[in-house]
Ligand binder design. Structure first.
Ligand code: TYC
Length: 101
Protein backbone atom coordinates (compact mmCIF):
# COMPACT_ATOMS: atom_id res chain seq x y z
CA UNK A 1 0.00 0.00 0.00
CA UNK A 2 1.24 3.47 -0.84
CA UNK A 3 1.06 6.36 1.66
CA UNK A 4 1.84 8.95 -0.95
CA UNK A 5 -0.50 11.90 -0.80
CA UNK A 6 -0.80 13.85 -3.98
CA UNK A 7 -1.61 17.48 -3.44
CA UNK A 8 -3.02 19.05 -6.58
CA UNK A 9 -1.23 22.26 -7.26
CA UNK A 10 -3.86 24.40 -8.83
CA UNK A 11 -3.19 28.08 -8.93
CA UNK A 12 -6.18 30.38 -8.82
CA UNK A 13 -5.35 33.26 -11.07
CA UNK A 14 -6.90 36.43 -9.68
CA UNK A 15 -9.10 37.92 -12.39
CA UNK A 16 -9.12 41.69 -12.28
CA UNK A 17 -11.56 42.98 -14.82
CA UNK A 18 -11.57 46.46 -16.22
CA UNK A 19 -14.74 48.42 -15.54
CA UNK A 20 -17.01 48.41 -18.56
CA UNK A 21 -16.92 51.69 -20.47
CA UNK A 22 -20.03 53.65 -21.36
CA UNK A 23 -20.63 55.72 -24.47
CA UNK A 24 -22.02 59.23 -24.32
CA UNK A 25 -24.31 59.67 -27.32
CA UNK A 26 -25.45 62.97 -28.81
CA UNK A 27 -28.97 62.88 -30.28
CA UNK A 28 -30.15 65.12 -33.09
CA UNK A 29 -33.21 67.37 -32.80
CA UNK A 30 -34.77 69.98 -35.06
CA UNK A 31 -34.50 73.01 -32.76
CA UNK A 32 -31.13 73.32 -31.03
CA UNK A 33 -28.84 75.67 -32.97
CA UNK A 34 -25.73 74.01 -34.43
CA UNK A 35 -23.45 76.59 -32.78
CA UNK A 36 -24.93 75.79 -29.38
CA UNK A 37 -24.27 72.05 -29.84
CA UNK A 38 -20.66 72.83 -30.80
CA UNK A 39 -20.30 75.12 -27.78
CA UNK A 40 -21.55 72.42 -25.36
CA UNK A 41 -19.26 69.77 -26.89
CA UNK A 42 -16.26 72.08 -26.47
CA UNK A 43 -17.16 73.05 -22.91
CA UNK A 44 -18.19 69.68 -21.48
CA UNK A 45 -16.04 67.28 -23.50
CA UNK A 46 -12.94 69.46 -24.03
CA UNK A 47 -13.14 69.21 -27.83
CA UNK A 48 -11.54 71.65 -30.20
CA UNK A 49 -13.69 73.48 -32.75
CA UNK A 50 -13.22 71.06 -35.65
CA UNK A 51 -13.74 67.91 -33.57
CA UNK A 52 -16.89 69.41 -32.01
CA UNK A 53 -18.17 70.46 -35.43
CA UNK A 54 -17.60 66.96 -36.87
CA UNK A 55 -19.47 65.28 -33.99
CA UNK A 56 -22.34 67.79 -34.26
CA UNK A 57 -22.69 67.40 -38.04
CA UNK A 58 -22.56 63.59 -37.77
CA UNK A 59 -25.45 63.64 -35.26
CA UNK A 60 -27.29 66.15 -37.46
CA UNK A 61 -27.01 63.89 -40.54
CA UNK A 62 -27.31 60.44 -38.97
CA UNK A 63 -29.55 61.14 -35.98
CA UNK A 64 -26.95 60.33 -33.33
CA UNK A 65 -23.19 60.29 -32.76
CA UNK A 66 -20.93 58.76 -30.11
CA UNK A 67 -19.21 61.65 -28.35
CA UNK A 68 -16.70 59.68 -26.22
CA UNK A 69 -16.42 56.75 -23.80
CA UNK A 70 -15.90 56.94 -20.03
CA UNK A 71 -16.47 54.88 -16.91
CA UNK A 72 -20.19 54.74 -16.11
CA UNK A 73 -20.26 57.50 -13.48
CA UNK A 74 -18.28 59.94 -15.59
CA UNK A 75 -20.39 59.21 -18.70
CA UNK A 76 -23.64 59.75 -16.80
CA UNK A 77 -22.43 62.94 -15.12
CA UNK A 78 -21.24 64.45 -18.40
CA UNK A 79 -24.42 63.49 -20.28
CA UNK A 80 -26.57 65.00 -17.52
CA UNK A 81 -24.54 68.22 -17.30
CA UNK A 82 -24.55 68.72 -21.07
CA UNK A 83 -28.31 68.03 -21.31
CA UNK A 84 -29.00 70.43 -18.42
CA UNK A 85 -26.92 73.18 -20.05
CA UNK A 86 -29.23 72.93 -23.07
CA UNK A 87 -32.38 72.82 -20.93
CA UNK A 88 -31.27 75.98 -19.12
CA UNK A 89 -31.37 77.74 -22.51
CA UNK A 90 -34.71 76.17 -23.44
CA UNK A 91 -33.27 73.77 -26.05
CA UNK A 92 -34.37 70.11 -26.35
CA UNK A 93 -30.81 68.82 -26.95
CA UNK A 94 -30.22 65.37 -25.43
CA UNK A 95 -27.17 63.34 -24.45
CA UNK A 96 -27.69 59.70 -23.42
CA UNK A 97 -25.36 56.90 -22.29
CA UNK A 98 -25.11 53.21 -23.09
CA UNK A 99 -22.65 50.49 -22.10
CA UNK A 100 -20.07 49.40 -24.67
CA UNK A 101 -20.32 45.79 -25.83
N1 TYC B 1 -30.43 69.65 -36.23
C1 TYC B 1 -30.12 70.90 -35.56
C2 TYC B 1 -30.42 72.06 -36.50
O1 TYC B 1 -30.55 71.86 -37.69
C3 TYC B 1 -28.64 70.97 -35.14
C4 TYC B 1 -28.27 69.84 -34.24
C5 TYC B 1 -27.19 69.04 -34.55
C6 TYC B 1 -29.02 69.56 -33.10
C7 TYC B 1 -26.83 67.96 -33.75
C8 TYC B 1 -28.67 68.49 -32.28
O2 TYC B 1 -27.22 66.65 -31.79
C9 TYC B 1 -27.57 67.69 -32.61
N2 TYC B 1 -30.50 73.26 -35.95
Amino acid sequence: MSDTVIVPRTKTKPKVERPRLHKVILLNDDYTPREFVVMVLKAEFHMNESHAYNVMITAHKKGACVVAVFTRDVAETKATRATEAARAKGYPLMFTTEPEE
